[in-house]
Design a protein around this ligand. Sequence first.
Ligand code: C5P
Length: 138
Amino acid sequence: MTETSSRRILLVAACALIDADGRILLAQRPEGKSLAGLWEFPGGKVEPGETPEETLIRELQEELGVTTKVACLAPLTFASHSYDDFHLLMPLYVCRRFEGTAHGREGQAVKWVKPKMLRDYPMPPADEPLIPYLMDLL
Ligand code: C5P
């Protein structure tokens, strides 16, 4: 048995929202949550019965007031990271077509960031390895 296989697997879907200027939206994890203060690609836990796309459509609306649809979510890559108490699997989607002005509906800070500036924002360890894939894309 590998170390990873003894851990609970958590499936989280994440999304790189990209605006007309090629900037990417980062959201800051709020106080009181794990990894508070770090900047992440928005998204959330895939609930039972949901596809990752359905999770993102729900979470982008709940967290950011942004509306999108499955046809506008393109899978880019997958994060796979072992935290102390679980192993995180996190598909990253790219979304360039959405409606609404993104704002932190749960009090979290949000920021549109140029690709070359992404490394200036401290991220959870699962999110950071995703940056080169976005740099290649943009
Ligand atoms: O956002 P939430 O707290 O529900 O996510 C569960 C866990 O998944 C977090 O505690 C964090 O360890 C991880 N996570 C992450 N990167 C994200 C979202 C969540 O590493 N973009």
